[in-house]
Design a protein around this ligand. Structure first.
Ligand code: SAH
Length: 220
């Protein structure tokens, strides 16, 4: 069950979370502001209400997870967003990350391969309707969204087994992709910048642990 009430207590816990993210090294004030705006407990079962603002991941439907707030802030910071940019997210999951992106005043296009998760975002979550700058898609993230390309930024929120070539193809020249790429148990966060000749340069960041990015759609 979910409850959509944002009390002073929730707001206070959220403020503490923002302070914690600052001590962990998140420096972009616009990212911290976005985290402070989005009621994370809305995305979780009420059973997690009291601990929704701890820096940890939680189970959501279909065996998936909502990422740690630190991970969400870290990836968002690496995207180096500018207002009105077009951002493609792979792995909508709970839609928490999509809302944090939307708070950064960008246009968000987010894809989920699990029909159940896509449907619950579309229909059971009236709070999301206030974000008119998010468009939800059911599909395979490896394919991207050719009809809406090119994108300024791409963010992958699942562990990618390799860098999806079609997503590089859908980036603008000078555009950036933030992607955790498999390295055994963990994934290395990478930031790719697309060059004018269609190739890309690569920067390496910390290691994280994500659920896998899987091929194809799942209709159950
Ligand atoms: N951004 C999410 C994190 C979700 S976990 C959040 O804020 O809650 C990763 C999500 O990626 C899962 O929901 C999983 O179903 C989805 N996923 C995995 N492979 C995918 C693919 N090929 N295309 C689209 N979504 C995918």
């Amino acid at each position: 069950m979910r409850r959509f009430e944002d009390s002073y207590r929730h707001k206070g816990l959220r403020k503490k979370l923002v302070d914690l993210l600052r001590t962990k090294g998140i420096t972009d004030e616009s990212v911290l502001r976005a985290i402070n705006q989005v009621p994370r407990h809305f995305f979780l079962d009420t059973a997690f209400d009291e601990i929704a603002y701890e820096d940890r991941s939680f189970p959501i439907e279909s065996g998936q997870t909502i990422s740690h707030p630190y991970t969400v802030a870290y990836q968002t910071q690496l995207l180096d967003l500018k207002p009105y940019e077009k951002v493609l997210e792979i792995g909508t999951g709970s839609a928490y990350q999509a809302c944090v992106l939307a708070e950064m005043q960008v246009q968000v296009f987010t894809i989920e391969r699990q029909k159940k998760l896509f449907d619950s975002n579309k229909t059971q979550f009236p709070f999301l309707k206030s974000y008119t700058n998010i468009k939800f898609f059911y599909g395979d993230g490896f394919e991207g969204l050719p009809t809406f390309a090119p994108f300024d930024k791409v963010i992958i929120t699942a562990a990618a087994p390799f860098i999806p070539p079609k997503l590089i193809g859908q980036l603008k020249a000078g555009g950036k992709m933030v992607i955790p790429v498999d390295e055994g148990e963990l994934q290395r966060m990478k930031r790719l910048t697309k060059l004018d000749d269609g190739s890309f340069s690569e920067e390496l960041f910390d290691q994280f642990s994500f659920v896998p990015m899987l091929l194809g759609k799942q209709n159950s």
